[in-house]
Design a binder for this molecule. Structure first.
Ligand SMILES: CC(C)(COP(=O)(O)OP(=O)(O)OC[C@H]1O[C@@H](n2cnc3c(N)ncnc32)[C@H](O)[C@@H]1OP(=O)(O)O)[C@@H](O)C(=O)NCCC(=O)NCCS
Length: 177
């Protein structure tokens, strides 16, 4: 399978919304409510990415899309510089198509995002949040060398509360791709 990672900019937001929905419906099943996933998720993610596209500033946000040569979106990652600067640059979404997990796409995306962070904000860490019960993402972030810390409980938009972890990479350029 031939694919590459592209810096998609605001024009990638529709693709990001679609993959985000597909991925949450799979990965968040059992963590957030079925009602949200089955009834609200698609519209909610479309609204989220439309808002992001509207206020796009390429100095402050990166959207990478992994795309197969025939156009299929395989994965995406997004980083934002100004969420919680005390922790560094936030990796706010990393998703691989559910049917193509474990093929090295997530690793390539997180490494490429780390290189962008190092270039855009030298000396800054990169961090993200993950549900403690996300049985795939947590081992993945550990394997990618993230330092983990409890970050309390997170209340999702549907009212569901669950414990989350914060993963930090102090030198994001060194994440092995
Ligand atoms: C987390 C995610 C991005 C990882 O992407 P991926 O392309 O599947 O992962 P990779 O193939 O690059 O895996 C790299 C390494 O991480 C580890 N890893 C990945 N998936 C794993 C799993 N299910 N169990 C244990 N280790 C795992 C392995 O060490 C793997 O290397 P290996 O396959 O050579 O052993 C992907 O599973 C995903 O999109 N999950 C759903 C969405 C999600 O939860 N995103 C995170 C929100 S915080």
């Amino acid at each position: 399978m031939d694919w590459k990672i592209v810096d998609a900019g605001a024009s990638g937001c529709d693709d990001a919304a679609e993959l985000h929905t597909l991925s949450w419906k799979s990965a968040y099943r059992g963590i957030v409510s079925d009602k949200y996933l089955d009834e609200d998720c698609a519209a909610d993610r479309r609204a989220f990415w439309a808002a992001r596209a509207k206020e796009w500033d390429p100095a402050k946000i990166l959207l990478l899309i992994a795309r197969r040569d025939d156009g299929l979106v395989l994965g995406m990652s997004c980083a934002v510089t100004e969420a919680e600067p005390e922790f560094g640059v936030l990796l706010d979404n990393l998703h691989v198509r559910p049917d193509l997990k474990r093929g090295g796409i997530g690793r390539a995306l997180i490494a490429a995002t780390g290189r962008w962070v190092a270039a855009r904000a030298p000396g800054s860490a990169m961090y993200l949040y993950a549900y403690r019960d996300n049985a795939i993402a947590v081992p993945f972030y550990r394997r990618m060398g993230g330092e983990e810390a409890d970050a309390g409980m997170y209340t999702f938009k549907d009212g569901t509360s669950a414990p989350i972890l914060r993963f930090t990479w102090r030198d994001p350029a060194k994440i092995a791709g």
